[in-house]
Design a protein around this ligand. Sequence first.
Ligand code: HOZ
Length: 429
Amino acid sequence: MTSQNETLFARAQRTIPGGVNSPVRAFRSVGGTPRFFVRGCGSRLTDADGREYIDYVGSWGPAIVGHAHPAVIEAVQRAAACGLSFGAPTEAEIELAELLCDMLPSLDLVRLVSSGTEATMSAIRLARGFTGRDDIIKFEGCYHGHADSLLVKAGSGLLTFGNPSSGGVPADFAKHTLVLDYNNLTQLEDSFAKAADRIAAVIIEPVVGNMNLIQPTPQFLRRLRDLCTQHGALLIYDEVMTGFRVGPQGAQGLHGIRPDLTTLGKVIGGGMPVGAFGGRRDVMQQIAPLGPVYQAGTLSGNPVAVAAGIATLKLVREPGFHARLEAATGRLVDGLARAGREVGVDFCAQSVGGMFGIYFRDGLPTTYGEVMESNRELFNRFFHSMLDRGVYFAPSAFEAGFVSAEHSDADIDQTVAHARAVFVDLSKG
Ligand code: HOZ
């Protein structure tokens, strides 16, 4: 009998390119049929065939308090009942901006937008406008949304499909994006030595989640901060994924580094479309209507989306939230790694706060090259076997995973038990 997921996927492909509205969802790199979800509750998702899954995608990060948290749903319902969009200021957007500036000391001013892509695209324009320079530096495998200048050797879907630079980006445009290796100090220093006066900004995922999970070395981040300061380039922390996910002050709090600009998304919208960029007052004052760098959006600061964000951040700020989230995520990766070791498969795992990486290779990767060496065939088999057992990991070997505050020890132990059984199968060849 054909499953509802298959029927829906066939129907979707008739009107939607590839049947999906964002490429990684199409399951192309792992093969098979994407699951069409009808419901999410806590740590669980239910698909169109009525099958339940423990969810480790969490809408790619936003679902930090679990799906359909009652406080978030109530806030959304209350806001929606008052009108969906005004295209004019509301008090709620001040509240969200105040919360963000309070939670991240590096934000003097913050502008709300509707997605992480808008946030990074606007931050780059702002950096160019502020410095009067054209070039930017990014790192191979980092993904900063789908603005033209950032789709050069990018991670996430581009890496998943083996096409790290997008079509449709003019060469004249891409030449202003210098791409360096993550964690490569020598290359970074050489680039500043050669081109410092042309570099408007360096944009970085301070913990990478778009080529699986990669952690920065502390020396790399510190030197990057120093070089930017020394040469008048802006340091942009893309915390769309890490913001309030890896700790109460994002990655900048973990490493004690103050970027000039920060981009946010995902968690700050609690599942609704919200992004933000903010930072130094003198830089942010260049944004229209205060300054000459233009940026706008009809749905920016949308009252319903903002209500979800405020309700989520209030939960995230409760005492002990991050300690519990980190412990749950640690329990998962420790359990998976132990199971892999005991069964004897080349597998390892790590976590930072509420995000994690799993790798079919011997040893945790610290570079793009090392991530690329992981065994994709084993990952794909693992992914499908886990899916069959009711565990939903990201359908790509190059995406980080996410745990929510609603994942119980029982959820995690069940996941580890399933993984152990799958590892045994994989070890048989
Ligand atoms: N770019 C997202 C993962 N890093 C995927 C977004 C989606 O498919 O929803």
